[in-house]
Ligand binder design. Structure first.
Ligand code: FE2
Ligand code: FE2
Length: 194
């Protein structure tokens, strides 16, 4: 069985609860995860990578109100930036929701930190964080930048580069990166491996 064929039912479920654009992004992120695992010869279960990416934005289309109400109901531990910008809550809310449904803890941790990045996100989270950023449908990257990112020698270096790009983007909006993103950056700069 290929990494994709076991997820037809899950894909049908997801396509019925999210917009077509969000579903296509989730599929493209899943394909991108598989291709990263293959390119960097990662010892990760490709099916788990594919499933994690398919599910990562499960709460992305909830309203701010729904996200905030869920986070409050379950007393989720949040980053300051997630309190200030409710759309970011789709990561902790999605992770909690998936945990309640019985998904693996490594999958939930990866989803938890897919927006901000964290040293707690694990190797699965590292693949998701990168795949989510570089998937083919994203318009914030041109082909050259996407290619340049993928030509770096390790996933850690790709992640570091993405964190730098995100920091620049935030800086233009007068914002600072989240504490967990800065911690991840320093960890990677010190040759840390997730
Ligand atoms: Fe997301
Ligand atoms: Fe995403």
């Amino acid at each position: 069985m290929s990494s994709r064929t076991g997820f037809i039912a899950l894909e049908e479920d997801l396509s019925s609860i999210m917009s077509e654009a969000r579903f296509l992004h989730s599929k493209a992120t899943a394909e991108s995860s598989l291709s990263l695992v293959c390119q960097f010869k990662e010892q990760l279960d490709p099916e788990l990578c594919y499933k994690t990416a398919l599910l990562h934005d499960i709460a992305r289309e909830w309203s701010d109100f729904e996200l905030q109400a869920y986070a409050e109901k379950f007393s989720l531990l949040l980053e300051e930036e997630e309190r200030e910008d409710p759309v970011l809550l789709h990561a902790p809310v999605g992770a909690h929701l998936l945990g309640e449904k019985g998904y693996e803890s490594s999958l939930c941790l990866a989803v938890r930190y897919h927006t901000l990045g964290s040293i707690a996100m694990g190797r699965l989270g590292l693949v998701l964080f990168i795949a989510d950023y570089i998937e083919e449908r994203r318009t914030h990257l041109n082909e050259t930048t996407r290619k340049d990112l993928r030509s770096l020698p390790s996933l850690e270096m790709v992640c570091l580069e993405i964190l730098g790009m995100q920091e620049l983007h935030l800086h233009k909006k007068g914002k600072l990166p989240a504490r967990c993103s800065v911690e991840l950056k320093h960890f990677l700069l010190a040759d840390g491996r997730l």
